[in-house]
Structures are given as C-alpha cells and as structure tokens.
Write a protein that binds this ligand. Structure first.
Ligand code: GLU
Length: 548
C-alpha cells in the first residue's frame, strides 16, 4: 500500500501545515514548575449542570493553587447538539459562582495564544494529524454504511460479543489499495478510522490522579477519528487539543474512564505525552435510603439554573462543593471561619474515589451561615441581584430604594446586633422579610389577643405620643406610659406580683403595636422598624389597624 498516495487522496487539502509546525506555533507554556494547566471542555448544548460546576471548581482550584492556567475550550464537533448562546451561558453561570477562566472561548484575555478554542475552528490542525497517521499506516478510510454497521452490531450483540469495529469485524481495515481507490472514484462517503495497534490480551497499570492505580486493558477498537464531514470525533480532537493547548491535568467525570484506553492509544500514535487524568466520581444523592446518581430528569437541583432561580448564595454553593471535593475542607473552614475558601490547599489526590454525596440539607446549612455573615451592603447586592432577575415588579421597585433597603436589611439580618439572623437559606426568604416595610406589599394579619376597646385604646394612645426622633429608651418609656393608661402593668415586677390586677404587661402592649405596624407578632426591634417607616406611615398603620 502506498500510504503517501493514500493520504493525498483522502486529505487533499493544499493549505495544511506540516504537523510538526504546530509544535512551534503552540510551544510548551512558560509556567512555574508544578503549575497545572486545566480546562473545562463542554459541548455547547446549553445545559450546564452541577457536575460541570463541580469539575470546573476542581479545575480552577488545581490551576490557581499551583500558579497555572484554567481555560475554556468548546467541544463543538457535533454540530447537531449546538445551542445558540450556550457558550455565553457557561461563562455566565460559572461567573455567577465566582469561577473565572484565564483564557479560552469568548474570554477576553491576552493569554489567548493557544486558540482558537472552538474545535470546529481547528479543523486544519486535526486534518494535518489525520493525514500524518494515514501516511504512517496508522489510520485508514472506512466506507461501511450505517446499515452495515448496524447489522454488525446486531450480530455481535446476538453472539454476546463486544460491539464495535475491531479485529475481524473491521472490514475496511484490510481493503486493498485498488479497492479503496475504486470506492473513492465511485464517490462513496467515508470516515477515517484509527488502525488500532492494541490487543485486549495486554493490560497495564495506569495512575489516575484521583482513583490511584487502575488496571487498563489496551484498546483494540478502530475508532472513527475523522467523520465523513471532515470534522474529527471528540476522542481525536481532545487528544490533539490537550496536547497543543498544553493541558497538564484533565479532570473529567468517571463516565470517561471507559474511553481512557482509546485516548491513551491516540496520544501514543500521535506521538504525544498524555496529560495526567483525574476521573471524578459522580455526584450522588440519597433517595429513599439508597444512593443514586443525580439525574437530569428527576432532580431539578442538577441544573445550575436551579441555584440561581432559587436564590442560593453563590459562595455557599461553592463552599459546599468544596466540602464534597476535599473532605478536609470542612474542618479547615471551621477553623478559619473568616478565611477565603481560596486559601485552602486544594488537592486533587484528596478527592473521593467513589460516589460523592450531594446533600441539599447540608447546602442549606452552609447557605444560612454564609448569608448570616454578610454586611448590609453585601446582603443588598445579593438580594437585589436576585430580585432584579426573578423578583416581582413590586420588589424590583422597592430594591431601587437602596438606602432604605440597607437600613431594613441591617435590621432584619441583625447586622449590627450581637445576634445575627441565621435562618435565611435563599434570597427569596430574605426578600419576603422586607415586604412589610412597603405599603404595596404590606399584608397584615391583625390577629390580636385583646378586645376591640383595649386594642384601639393602645393604638390611639401610642399614635398620639409617638415621635420618630425618640431613641430606644424614650420609645420604651412611652410604651410603659401607654401600658399604664390602658390597664396593663408598666413594670414587670408589678405584673409578676399581681398578675390578676392587669390585662397583661408591656410586652403584650408591644405585641399589639407590632401586629399593627408589621402585620405579625414576630419582628425585629419595633422602635427601629417605626424609625424606618417614619412618623407618618407608622401612625397611619397604627390607626388603620384599629378594630372596626
Ligand atoms: N466534551 C466533553 C463533555 O462534554 C468533555 C470531556 C472531557 O473533559 O474530556 O463532557
């Protein structure tokens, strides 16, 4: 077989660079020793999920804790699965969680020297290498039709044999030069397959950065490397790209372990040293007492949009994922509550070898703690971000009043007090708590525990004396006076001594006012709330709340 002639006939492109040229175009990166180059390499399908974030966080941490580079490559070899806007959505979604790429597709960076970062734009590089393999007798054209391949698969399944194109089933592997050229002259469509040099009898030990030593069986499948449209398959493209983008560590889901033998063989025939591989275990959840994989169909929490829409605090999701990534993170975070999670020494080797349990309850706990640590400004920014995207029109308008909101948030979250509020898991709950401050969302439940005359007397009298300039002691003194005037005990000691002489005590009076002003018997400091509402609106609420 004249392989040179064959290569020219199959890949006639006149404008291809010789493969070696690419070694100069994409030289090894100049990085400190030990620096990892990692990548996220999604297909632009538009669905970005928790597994992607999990992987991206591991990639980003591995790169940035070692002084390396984290880049975005778009694996768009399958045109059919492409969705408009998917790349922007990946970047936006990860950005929301504070994860940023140093270079790559749609990333504005001076570092973009290893692009293009869309596989479809790298066709020439791949074709140059496919041609090289054909020249070396390591790849060949296959003219089998889909029907032929289907019937081979059926036969293999029937015989309980491994399916695929290999050994005696690899019909086109042994076509003569004459047969090939006859098919070409007849215009038959073809793909290019790897002429596998592997043998299933051969096993070898491979060191995965997470799973440790695993035994791998050599590949013997003549996988497709170039499809009939001239675009390579994922397998081939990723090997070429990881080499020329100088990836040092590939972190990907364990579903790719099955393809590892093919990938290692591809690197070998291409003459590339493979990157280190780290196969992450799948995210699992407990379901009725059993552990199962998170599923796109059953579990809305698999989609990243879920966290944005539900209003999770992004840092909480990241910190929770850090606890899943490295089991010693939690202990470190407890010891260093104020520290940035980026100060933690992330280690890829410390990732779990099997099923990482994703527990929404734990995430909720982390979220509560993180939200309780925010300053009023941070809390405002977080809630406002959510409100402007997912909130009601009324809430959107309220959040335009930033100064008022800062006061409200500082009060309801207990920012300046000793006790921080620790029960808010998601933005929506926080936003709900601000609603009674605004008249158009004030929805009171006037469930008083006292009769009409008592309630109305308390409300009227307090409305008369209330002054927005009163500080807390002055406000409280007025409360006591009103209590005394309406049959309640102004002093707790009096009440305790003779409870039967009174309708109740000052706290019962305060409750009446609280229900009137906030619409519920449970609220933060009432004097502060009335201060935020101002005299006019406070008094208006007191009067409106009278029993008719
Ligand atoms: N494009 C592959 C995917 O969509 C990436 C696999 C890898 O990281 O190598 O999952």
């Amino acid at each position: 077989m004249n392989y040179l002639k064959l290569a020219e006939a199959l890949i006639p492109d006149g404008d291809l660079l010789p493969p070696e040229e690419y070694e100069n175009i994409y030289p090894p990166r100049e990085l400190p020793k030990g620096a990892e180059v990692t990548r996220l390499a999604p297909s632009p399908t538009g669905f970005i999920h928790l597994g992607n974030l999990f992987s991206a966080l591991a990639d980003e941490r591995a790169a940035h804790t070692s002084g390396g580079v984290f880049y975005l490559r778009i694996e768009d070899t399958d045109e059919k699965r492409k969705v408009e806007g998917a790349v922007e959505s990946v970047i936006r979604s990860l950005n929301y969680f504070g994860i940023k790429f140093d270079e790559g597709a749609e990333i504005d960076s001076p570092l973009n020297e290893y692009g293009p970062y869309y596989q479809r734009q790298r066709a020439k590089i791949y074709r140059s290498y496919v041609k090289k393999l054909i020249r070396e007798g390591l790849a060949y054209p296959c003219f089998c039709t889909a029907e032929e391949l289907d019937s081979v698969r059926e036969k293999q399944t029937e015989n309980k044999e491994t399916t695929g194109y290999y050994g005696a089933y690899a019909k086109c592997r042994n076509l003569s030069e004459e047969e090939i050229f006859k098919n070409l002259a007849a215009g038959k469509p073809f793909v290019i397959r790897l002429k596998s040099q592997g043998n299933l009898e051969n096993k070898f030990v491979f060191r995965d950065a997470i799973k440790g030593e695993i035994t791998v069986t050599e590949n013997d499948q003549d996988v497709v490397i170039l499809k009939s449209d001239g675009i390579p398959t994922y397998h081939f493209a990723h090997a070429v790209d990881d080499h020329f983008m100088r990836t040092s560590l590939v972190i990907r889901g364990e579903e790719w372990l099955a393809s590892l033998p093919v990938h290692l063989e591809l690197h070998k025939v291409l003459g590339f040293r493979p990157p280190r591989y780290a196969h992450t275990s799948s995210l699992m959840k407990m379901d009725g007492g059993t552990k199962r994989k998170l599923s796109k169909r059953k579990d809305p929490e698999l989609s990243l949009d879920y966290y944005r829409k539900a209003g999770y605090f992004p840092l909480a999701v990241v910190k929770y994922l850090m606890t899943v990534l490295n089991s010693n993170f939690e202990e470190w975070a407890l010891k260093n509550p104020e520290a940035d999670y980026r100060d933690f020494k992330f280690k890829i080797e410390k990732m779990g070898k099997s099923g990482a349990l994703f527990d929404l309850d734990k995430l909720n706990d982390v979220s509560k703690t993180e939200i309780s640590r925010l300053s009023a400004e941070e809390c405002y920014n977080f809630l406002n971000g959510w409100v402007q995207e997912f909130g009601t029109e009324k809430d959107k308008a309220h959040f335009k009043e930033k100064e008022t909101l800062l006061k409200i948030l500082s009060l309801i979250m207990g920012v300046n007090g000793k006790k921080r509020r620790k029960d808010i898991e998601r933005a929506e709950q926080g936003v709900k708590l601000t609603e009674y401050f605004f008249d158009d969302t004030f929805n009171p439940d006037y469930s008083y525990r006292y009769d009409k005359d008592t309630v109305n007397a308390v409300l009227e009298k307090f409305a008369e004396v209330y002054d927005v300039a009163d500080d807390n002691p002055a406000w409280f003194a007025k409360l006591k006076t009103v209590a005394g005037e309406t049959g309640f005990a102004s002093e707790m000691s009096d009440f305790k001594a003779n409870p039967e002489k009174f309708k109740g005590n000052v706290s019962d009076v305060a409750e009446i006012l609280r229900i009137a002003v906030t619409g519920s018997s449970n609220s933060p400091d009432l004097c502060c709330i009335m201060g935020i509402l101002g005299r006019e609106r406070s008094v208006e609420r007191l009067i409106k709340a009278k029993i008719k």
